[in-house]
Write a protein that binds this ligand. Structure first.
Ligand SMILES: Cc1cc2nc3c(=O)[nH]c(=O)nc-3n(C[C@H](O)[C@H](O)[C@H](O)COP(=O)(O)O)c2cc1C
Length: 326
């Protein structure tokens, strides 16, 4: 069985399931596993550090799969910005035809990408930013609700409201992002107007995810009550899994109040990802994690996860939901 939507058509994929860019998770192994299983895998551009390394990672991914995969470009607020022109060039020269942008308006980079035939899906957390993405020529949007792992923005609108609101306004197709875990999520997202779903956290707890086993076990152990919002006073809110470093950071936020600066919390957030994802030091600092952790109870292969998601979605549509019709 396959579920066909404008998203599967746009990206040339079998299932409307995307793996969102994830810092220190979105390596070639992750992206290739998702694409091989019929979804859309995404390499995280900035994790590679330099355009040359990104080019090598794209080549490595191409050795692992002949199916379409994408690259995530996250536009961060930074004093010294990463080499974005170089990253865009590496993507285009590497023949990648799908880019997930996030973090900020991608307008500046669209002409070059469009000219190279790259399809752009912009991930954002509000209807107004989704409409902006549509207006500047993005092909699709990933609508990221308040539940999501990573940066939910500052509006705090959960997907039960955000998705139907996006459906009311958007003409381009969109996927639901944040809190998505299984066939129930996919069917619910589609009922609310989305044409597929984007998963982050759920894909980390898979056999192929190239992260330390401790990270996967932490996700299985965590409940939906175990995430925290950090950096809200800096208007750079991030949803992370709670741990000793996060507790310390939140205590600083409480004590310093409006006086808090990035320098005060640098120890809990800077350089944390390799320590967590590679070395499995689970208390090293704050790392993105969605409330969906509460729905993660096992560590399947990516193919098992995607196949059972589609089978569950089909069962829901054909049996459970159809069964309510009088
Ligand atoms: C560990 C981790 C790292 C992430 N890093 C990035 C990133 O670098 N760029 C980005 O656009 N999104 C990033 N995200 C967000 C995901 O792409 C996705 O939007 C989000 O995880 C969806 O919510 P979910 O975790 O509830 O599925 C990250 C998420 C996680 C869990």
């Amino acid at each position: 069985m396959a579920i066909k939507t404008r998203i599967t058509e746009l990206f040339g994929i079998e299932h409307p399931i995307i793996q969102g860019g994830m810092h220190y998770v979105g390596f070639a192994e992750m992206a290739a596993a998702v694409s091989e299983a019929g979804g859309l895998g995404i390499i995280t551009g900035l994790t590679q550090g330099t355009p040359d390394k990104l080019a090598a990672e794209i080549a490595r991914c191409r050795d692992m799969t002949n199916k379409p995969f994408g690259v995530n470009l996250t536009f961060l607020p930074a004093v010294t910005p990463p080499d974005y022109p170089g990253f865009v060039e590496a993507i285009i020269k590497g023949g990648v035809k799908i880019v997930e942008t996030a973090g900020n308006n991608p307008q500046k980079w669209l002409p070059a990408m469009k000219e190279a035939g790259v399809r752009v899906i912009h991930k954002c957390t509000s209807v107004r930013h989704s409409l902006k993405a549509e207006a500047i020529g993005c092909d699709a949007v990933s609508v990221d609700g308040f539940e999501c792992g990573g940066h939910p923005g500052e509006d705090d609108v959960p997907n039960f409201i955000l998705l139907p609101r996006a459906a009311e306004e958007l003409k381009i197709p969109f996927v639901a992002s944040g809190g998505m875990a299984d066939g129930r999520s996919l069917v619910a997202a589609m009922a609310l107007g989305a044409e597929g779903m984007n998963m982050g956290t759920r894909f980390i707890a898979t056999k192929e995810a190239p992260v330390h086993e401790n990270v996967k076990q932490a996700l299985v152990a965590a409940s939906e009550l175990d995430t925290r919002l950090i950096m809200r006073p800096l208007r750079n809110t991030e949803r992370v899994l709670n741990n000793a470093a996060v507790e310390r950071l939140l205590e600083k936020e409480r004590t310093l109040g409006e006086k808090l600066t990035f320098a005060d919390i640098i120890e809990e957030v800077a350089g944390v990802y390799p320590r967590i994802m590679k070395s499995g030091e689970m208390d090293a600092g704050g790392w993105s994690c969605g409330m969906v952790a509460g729905l993660i109870h096992d560590i399947p292969t990516v193919k098992e996860l995607i196949d059972r998601t589609i089978a569950e979605a089909e069962g829901l549509l054909r049996k459970r939901l159809a069964g309510y019709l009088a």
